[in-house]
Design a binder for this molecule. Structure first.
Ligand SMILES: [Zn+2]
Length: 298
C-alpha cells in the first residue's frame, strides 16, 4: 500500500512530539473525540465543526439530535492549525462537517483527499465577505451577530437535508436562536449609538465584521500576524491618546507583550476577549459590552 509507511512514521513522530511537549490541549481534544465515539450507538448525527463558537451554533440548531466535535482544540490558533493524520481519520466518522468558510480552513483540500465521502457544509455561504490582510478575505465572520444569523440558517438547512424527519424541530430551534441573536444585535445598536468615539484597539484584527455592523473602527496592533514595529506602535499610541482610548483588547491565543507595552505607555487597561470561546451568545454579549464601555469611559 503506497504511502502507508510514511503515514505510520508521521503518526509516530506526532505521538512522540505530543508526548514530549506535553501538549495538554490536544490530549484533551483526543479525550473529547473518544467520548463521542462511545456515544455512537445512539442515532444522533455526528457533526464536526472547525471552531468552538461554530460548534455552539450547530448545538443551538441541532439540540439533542447532534453530537458535535470541535476540530481546532481550545488554546490552539486556527490561522496556523492543521489537522493531524489521526484527526483526519477520526473526522471520517462524522456524518457532516460544518466549516466556517471564508478561508479559515486553508487545509480543507487535504482533509477531503483522505475523506472523499465527507459531507460538507460551508456556513459562510451567502455572507458578504470583507477583505482581510493581503489578498485574502477576512475569515472572522462569526464575530458579527448578523453573519451568525446567516450561519444558523445555513446549518439548519444542512441538518434538515441530512435528517428530514426532524425538519420542524430544527426550524423551531433556528427561529428561537435567531430571535436571541436579534435581541442582542438591537442592544448593541442602542449602546453604540450613544457613544461619541468609534475607535477600539485590539491586538489581532478579528473584529472587522463586528466593527462594520455598528459603524466602528478597529485599530489592530498586529499586522499580518506580526508584532508591530516601533513606528507603527507610536502612531497607534498617538491615535489612541487623541481618542481617549482607555482599553486595549487582547486575544488569549496571542502573545500580549505589545499590548502590555502600549497599555503601560497610555495607562490603559488590558482586557481579554476570546473570539474562539464557546457559549457564543454570552461571549458576544460580554465582548460587545466591554467594547462599548471602552468607548463610553473615554
Ligand atoms: Zn483570528
Amino acid at each position: 500500500m503506497p504511502g502507508y509507511f510514511d503515514l505510520k512514521l508521521m503518526l509516530i513522530s506526532i505521538l512522540l512530539s505530543a508526548a514530549l511537549c506535553g501538549c495538554i490541549s490536544s490530549d484533551e481534544h483526543n479525550a473529547a473525540l473518544s467520548q463521542n465515539d462511545s456515544a455512537s450507538s445512539s442515532d444522533r448525527i455526528r457533526v464536526a465543526a472547525t471552531i468552538a463558537p461554530l460548534a455552539d451554533l450547530v448545538r443551538a440548531v441541532g439540540g439533542d439530535r447532534v453530537d458535535v466535535t470541535v476540530v481546532v482544540p481550545p488554546g490552539a490558533e486556527p490561522h496556523t492549525f492543521e489537522p493531524t493524520p489521526s484527526l483526519m481519520v477520526k473526522l471520517s466518522q462524522a456524518d457532516l462537517y460544518v466549516m466556517n468558510g471564508a478561508g479559515l480552513e486553508f487545509w480543507m483540500d487535504k482533509l477531503l483527499e483522505t475523506n472523499l465521502d465527507l459531507k460538507m457544509l460551508d456556513s459562510s455561504s451567502g455572507i458578504e465577505l470583507l477583505q482581510g490582510e493581503g489578498e485574502e478575505s477576512d475569515p472572522h465572520i462569526w464575530l458579527s451577530l448578523r453573519n451568525a444569523a446567516r450561519q444558523v440558517k445555513n446549518i439548519c438547512s444542512g441538518l434538515s437535508d441530512l435528517d428530514p424527519d426532524h425538519r420542524e424541530y430544527y426550524a423551531q430551534n433556528r427561529d428561537d436562536y435567531l430571535r436571541r441573536l436579534m435581541e442582542l444585535d438591537e442592544e448593541f445598536n442602542r449602546s453604540f449609538a450613544i457613544n461619541k468615539s468609534r475607535i477600539f484597539v485590539v491586538d489581532h484584527p478579528s473584529w472587522s465584521y463586528f466593527a462594520r455592523d455598528y459603524g466602528l473602527e478597529q485599530i489592530p496592533l498586529m499586522v499580518e500576524e506580526k508584532e508591530p514595529g516601533p513606528r507603527y506602535l507610536s502612531q497607534v499610541i498617538d491615535l489612541a491618546r487623541q481618542s481617549n482610548i482607555s482599553t486595549i483588547f487582547v486575544e488569549p491565543q496571542f502573545n500580549p507583550k505589545a499590548a502590555e507595552v502600549i497599555a503601560r505607555e497610555m495607562s490603559a487597561r488590558v482586557i481579554r476577549l476570546d473570539p474562539l470561546a464557546s457559549n457564543y451568545l454570552e461571549n458576544m454579549s460580554y465582548a460587545g459590552r466591554e467594547i462599548a464601555n471602552s468607548m463610553a469611559s473615554g
